[in-house]
Design a protein around this ligand. Structure first.
Ligand code: GTP
Length: 409
């Protein structure tokens, strides 16, 4: 028997996603196109496949209007789901928003609630998580992922009981090494019990304020540190480890591996989203997504792991690989785009080369200046024959000479 459930995607707000700049200057990070679809479309697609979920809430602190067109699109596409945006009046923290909207979330007494971070890319094994949840008597099942040991301290680290999978110890971004099993940002919760735990965390926080009025307390209630950690101490949290793909999307550069992973996943889940080679068409090295309104010269070669957005024009002899090209970009003849993200309305001249190097998955520093991929923000013009290598180029720039390893303001 399936339990009625709802889902929440924590989408943050304009002050979040700063490491994705300059790509998020115009598009909020949750709507940044990855594999031809907004980042959180992939979350919603996965949720739409889970039997029993009827409502999905996006909780964040962006202006309402920002998500209106997206909500319209997904409501049309996923008819079995009602998807709504609920706006925090200010950043309330990853648990503060849940608490603020508790009455709406708990309306109709859902048995279970999925909570998903927006800034991840993964196969969302939600059915597996649901099955796992049925095997224990805890309040929370979280998705665990193994990462390279040297990167683990960037995440919430989990030490589970190897037999029961109960979480014995959880530390958010520890100073030293604790475990290479980390929190993947996907939870399944027992609704009532979990909201009682959030309320208890709220009470603890205000008690601290009363006891020590001079201690610094912000207005944020954090899901992991303030709610999940005490629940681990109460033996109420269990971890389901996935061996399938998972990546965090923090820096602009992490959009490229996410793009490659989702395109690869489409081979089995959404083959209709992939572009196949056609007689008389461009050479395609799969997987590739080319929007139906893009025009690609038959002598161009595209792929692997390339997404090309609406209205893009790709000229003769152009080579594009491992890249995302957004709306209305023009790439003139014989240009090369490799390991790059080209934002909307850019113009790339003939014989120009826009090139980066693949991201090292074990890299611990994902700050924008340490990125090796090449990023052109909106409306950049690159003149013919110009080489732009491993650069971040801010909006509206015109480049008429070669550049490498620079942030061009
Ligand atoms: P950082 O590395 O510091 O970014 O931490 P993290 O990876 O643990 O991520 P964080 O906890 O900041 O965010 C997890 C998810 O929650 C992301 O999708 C954020 O956009 C979202 N989020 C973060 N803060 C808030 C908040 O105050 N309100 C809401 N609704 N969402 C938030």
């Amino acid at each position: 028997m399936s339990v009625s459930s709802k889902a929440i995607i924590l989408i943050g707000g304009p002050s979040k996603g700063t490491r994705m700049r300059p790509l998020t200057l115009d598009t909020p990070k949750p709507l940044f196109p990855i594999a031809g679809r907004p980042l959180i479309w992939h979350h919603i697609r996965a949720l739409s496949k889970v039997h029993g979920i009827t409502e999905v809430f996006l909780i964040g602190f962006y202006e309402d209007a920002v998500f209106a067109p997206f909500l319209k699109d997904v409501s049309r596409e996923f008819k079995n789901l009602s998807v709504k945006y609920m706006r925090e009046y200010q950043a309330l923290g990853t648990a503060g928003g849940l608490y603020h909207f508790r009455d709406t979330i708990l309306r109709g007494t859902p048995g279970q609630i999925f909570v998903l971070h927006a800034d991840i890319c993964c196969s969302f094994p939600l059915k597996e998580l649901q099955d796992f949840h049925g095997t224990h008597r805890g309040l929370v099942s979280m998705l665990g992922v193994r990462v390279p040991k040297e990167t683990a301290s960037k995440y919430g680290c989990i030490v589970p009981d190897t037999q029961t999978k109960q979480v014995l110890h959880y530390v958010e971004k520890p100073e030293g090494f604790i475990s290479d099993l980390i929190n993947g940002g996907v939870y399944l919760l027992e609704a009532q019990g979990f909201f009682d735990a959030i309320r208890a965390a709220m009470v603890r926080k205000s008690q601290q304020e009363t006891e020590d009025p001079y201690s610094y307390q912000d207005d944020l209630l954090r899901l992991e540190q303030d709610v999940v950690v005490p629940l681990c101490d109460d033996k109420k949290v269990f971890v389901y480890e996935t061996l399938d793909f998972w990546r965090q999307i923090k820096s602009a550069g992490s959009a490229l591996p996410a793009n490659a992973l989702y395109l690869n996943q489409y081979r089995t889940t959404n083959p209709e989203m992939l572009t196949k080679a056609k007689a008389g068409g461009p050479e395609i090295v799969e997987p590739v997504h080319i929007d139906a309104t893009a025009q690609v010269d038959p002598s161009a070669k595209i792929g692997p792991s390339v997404s090309i957005g609406p209205g893009v024009m790709i000229g003769a002899g152009v080579r594009v690989k491992e890249s995302i090209i957004l709306d209305n970009v023009t790439v003139d003849k014989n240009a090369i785009v490799n390991n790059a993200i080209i934002a909307a309305d850019c113009r790339i001249g003939a014989w120009a080369r826009i090139e980066g190097e693949p991201l090292n998955p074990a890299s611990v520093d994902d700050s924008p200046t340490k990125q090796t991929i090449c990023i052109l923000a909106n409306n950049v013009t690159v003149a013919r024959d110009v080489l732009v290598r491993c650069c971040i180029v801010l909006p509206q720039k015109t480049l008429t000479s070669n550049w490498w390893n620079e942030v061009l303001l």
